[in-house]
Design a protein around this ligand. Structure first.
Ligand SMILES: Cc1ncc(COP(=O)(O)O)c(C=O)c1O
Length: 387
């Protein structure tokens, strides 16, 4: 059994990380990496590679593509050929490449806001329009729910070149249902919009939830989808920058691959080795334990907020280690991110970076030990008691 209650000290690092970005007295609960060491099979494979001593150039080989394809079949019964798997330095580079390859200055990127901050950078980086399709928020007993407004979805998505879907959704923790995915896909196909499905959080499933990749819904839908996956969030190796684009349709894969090569986006050798072991199945026992721990952390967070933070609303994420808290009905003036950073010495993620609907909200990272999560929440309650 892995003991996720023990987290190594991450402050001894000359580089900027989750733990060194802010001053020492600040508890970091912001950027989406966890405080847990990666599973042993990954660390062993990296040590073995280092023990060899020679760190020459490496490019991804067929065994890596086969491993990824085999994982898709094992997890989802989704059969893809190894050639459909392309390797990139992660998901942000993957969707940036997709936008460059598949959008035009007239037909840009559609996103469901509030959503992962990097989705909002694509427009400037690539020079294309961004089309926001806000999710509709509702509140029941201080629990936040978000839904798709279907008329708005169709009216807006049809103007896009790509629909950049975040599933499971960061920061809302939603796993979209098969019904919703099918409806989104049908609308995109009708209007000739390519779906780029960012599924980076797809293996961080709470409550034993199941996940279906958008492209697995049907062979027809698969033809219109670029699926982006990575071991980085799941096995906590985001610093190794290794991700995969699974693109069974050659007509989409070729422009994507051309752009990937044009930009010379290579993955460092350690990332390739980690990716291979991560997707081999050797770390799946660790992952099952992790998901149980994260589920208990999520329960702790929701219960704590409900009990101790009157007026604060929260999501109940179905996946990810990210919570989303709404402070708009509390006495906090201005940004709760600034408030908690200065008054509680807790660094959360500023809600507005996920879209303008995020004003008055913060994202909290509960991918840490229960003790640190409790400490962060207690500091926040203490700061609110001074209001
Ligand atoms: C939805 C989503 N996509 C992509 C990323 C980052 O991906 P990468 O580090 O592989 O570029 C994150 C990290 O938080 C994320 O939440």
């Amino acid at each position: 059994m892995t003991n996720f209650n023990i987290v190594p000290d991450r402050r001894k690092n000359p580089n900027l990380t989750k733990w060194t970005w802010y001053e020492r007295d600040i508890l970091p609960m912001w950027v989406a990496d966890m405080d847990f060491p990666a599973p042993k099979p990954i660390l062993d494979a990296l040590r073995k590679r280092l023990d060899h001593g020679v760190l020459g150039y490496e490019i991804p080989g067929k065994p890596l593509q086969e491993t990824v394809a085999a994982r898709m079949e094992r997890l989802y019964k989704w059969k893809v050929s190894p050639e459909a798997v392309l390797v990139s330095p992660g998901i942000v580079s993957g969707f940036s490449v997709a936008a460059r390859a598949l959008c035009t200055p007239k037909r840009g990127v559609a996103i469901q806001t509030p959503v992962y901050n990097e989705f909002h950078e694509v427009k400037n980086n690539i020079g294309i329009p961004q089309i926001d399709i806000p999710l509709v928020k509702s509140v029941k007993k201080n629990i936040l729910h978000y839904e798709i407004d279907w008329d708005l979805f169709e009216a807006r998505v049809k103007k896009a070149g790509i629909f950049l879907l975040c599933n499971p959704h960061n920061p809302l923790g939603i796993i979209f249902s098969r019904k919703d995915l099918t409806r989104m896909a049908e609308i995109c196909i009708k209007h000739n919009v390519v779906i780029v499905s960012d599924e980076i959080h797809s293996e961080l499933l709470l409550d034993g939830n199941r996940f279906t990749p958008m492209a697995k819904l049907s062979r027809e839908i698969e033809k219109h989808v670029v699926t982006l996956i990575a071991p980085s969030k799941t096995f906590n190796v985001p610093g190794l920058f290794c991700g995969f684009a699974v693109i069974p349709n050659k007509e989409l894969r070729e422009p994507f691959e051309k752009e990937l090569h044009r930009l010379r986006l290579h993955v460092a050798s350690l990332g390739l080795h980690a990716g291979q072991v991560a997707y081999s199945g050797k770390c799946d026992g660790w992952l099952a334990e992790l998901n149980q721990y994260l589920t208990a952390n999520r329960n702790f967070l929701v219960e704590f907020v409900t009990k101790n933070m009157p007026g604060v609303r929260t999501t109940i994420p179905s996946a990810t280690y990210l919570g989303w808290l709404d402070f708009t009905q509390t006495g906090i003036d201005g940004s709760p991110y600034e408030f908690f950073k200065t008054k509680a010495k807790v660094a959360l993620s500023e809600g507005k970076i996920f879209g303008k609907e995020g004003a008055g909200h913060v994202r909290i990272n509960f991918g840490t030990s229960r003790a640190l999560l409790k400490e962060g929440l207690e500091r926040m309650v203490e700061a609110m008691s001074q209001l």
